[in-house]
Ligand binder design. Sequence first.
Ligand code: LIP
Length: 292
Amino acid sequence: MTSSSSASFSSDSAAPASAELLELARSIAIDAAELVARRRADGVTVAATKSSLEDVVTFADRESEDFIRARLAEARPEDGFLGEESEATPGSSGITWVVDPIDGTVNYLYDIPAYAVSIAAVTGSTDPAEWTALAGVVVNPVLGEVFSASAGGGAFLDSPRAAHRRLAVNEDVALAQALVGTGFSYSAEVRVKQGQVVTGLVGKVRDIRRAGSAALDLCSVALGRLDAYAERGLNPWDHAAGALICREAGARVGGFGDAKESGVMTLAAAPALAAELEPLVRELHRNADLPL
Ligand code: LIP
């Protein structure tokens, strides 16, 4: 588990300030979210399936990523790009953009109002275990909610009901009173094992929520709409921006033990609650024969 972020910046004085990266990410994410909302209103169709029949990509996913990629290349052509729906490209600037063009794709397909555009700028590596996130933005176009954070700059929500509200996780929540978010794999075999984990958890916490977007789940922890979140099987673009927003809101975010967030586990909560939840989730994953 790693505590709140305090990014170490390269000595290169040309390295962009996190605030500059954040404003670029915010502008593009808001425009992409508007595009995604328009396409939803027009009607959504599946373009292809990926790891399973349940793992779909819509034409809007692809259009959103193409839009984001083009805007980033225009503004910062030397940066790298790592997105869910297209080939990763290395950069020469030391900055990589990690993008989920629509996180919560199945919700989007079913018109369930819980999906988001997620854009993060990272440095140091394209490996989530080694990168340092500098800026992150998650936009829910249905609610008009813009979650944002820069390394060391705090996390914020801008929406029709909140003008640049500073985010802070729920503190002093006992495990038995914790509202915990989670999610499930696109593999039925893994979902069955994750069901065993939830069976072991549901009687030990207040309740479980499965909203269908990791990016929004992490922002919900930052905002206090959830007390904690734990999910196995995320991709780097699912958590890149949300993890920074959550850390900047005071959460401990990571995997099992001292590991960083990864496909093995992404767990987020206030430090005291995370210290109670992590060993329990780890034991339940071990008992369900899921990798630790
Ligand atoms: C989704 C995640 C969600 C997880 C889903 C899926 P996608 O990402 O945000 O937390 O439970 O299985 O992975 O596929 O919508 O970008």
